[in-house]
Design a protein around this ligand. Structure first.
Ligand SMILES: Nc1ncnc2c1ncn2[C@@H]1O[C@H](COP(=O)(O)OP(=O)(O)OP(=O)(O)O)[C@@H](O)[C@H]1O
Length: 207
């Protein structure tokens, strides 16, 4: 469960964003608002990557832990962006290995990667060069790389915008299903009302 407790972001005297809400595991909170209204800034506050030009108040509680002051890497929050880039000089399998927590036995890591690929219909893709993948295949690898890092919450920043309509629907359904199965709270920033409709959760309009 992700609790945004009166989370308020300001820039000088200007109020950029303010939310006070709880997102339950498997639930998708949609954030909509015009360009420049502070949606990405709000996500940055949640991941701990807020530009120091902004000031932040309020608390972020994830699974009962106050993570407001924790550094990004300790927050256990996964984020997917539009056109999430895979490392071009690494194979698909090496890209996925990047998501895995460090350490562990090599064989186990290999098996985890194979399972992740199979889960999204990409069995046998481990040695492929990312440049040879379609947009939908890249999106699935980026999603699995993020999930392998075992996040406790998932943020989506226009994550489906670069995909055409059919693919968008497919990847969106995959992300929401994985979030439900893993009981992850999701915060989704989007301009597309169809994303909000598919999320079937609460919607906050900012700006
Ligand atoms: N580093 C910064 N320093 C000062 N102002 C900034 C900085 N980053 C963003 N802003 C301003 O903060 C406001 C919110 O920007 P933000 O990127 O969060 O909007 P957004 O809702 O995500 O927009 P879009 O839908 O276009 O992505 C904007 O007015 C922007 O110009």
């Amino acid at each position: 469960m992700l609790h945004l407790q009166n989370l308020t972001i300001t820039l000088g005297q200007r109020l950029i964003a303010q939310v006070d809400t709880t997102v339950h595991g498997g639930e998708v909170l949609t954030i909509m608002g015009p360009s420049g209204s502070g949606k990405s800034t709000l996500l940055a506050a949640i991941t701990g990557t807020l530009d120091p030009a902004f000031a932040q108040q309020g608390r972020i509680i994830l699974d009962g832990q106050d993570i407001t002051a924790l550094p990004t890497e300790a927050r256990r929050i996964g984020i997917l962006f539009q056109d999430d880039l895979l490392f071009p000089h690494l194979s698909v399998g090496q890209n996925l290995a990047f998501g895995l927590p460090k350490g562990g036995n090599r064989k186990e890591r290999h098996k985890t990667i194979e399972t992740a690929l199979r889960d999204v219909g990409l069995q046998g893709f481990a040695n492929r060069d990312p440049a040879t993948l379609s947009g939908g295949q890249k999106a699935r690898v980026a999603l699995m790389r993020m999930l392998l890092s075992q996040p406790k919450a998932l943020l989506l920043d226009e994550a489906f915008s670069g995909l055409d309509a059919d693919l968008r629907e497919q990847i969106r359904a995959l992300v929401f299903t994985r979030a439900r199965v893993q009981n992850l709270p999701v915060v989704m920033v989007t301009h597309d009302p169809a994303d909000a409709e598919a999320a079937a959760g609460p919607v906050i309009h900012i700006g």
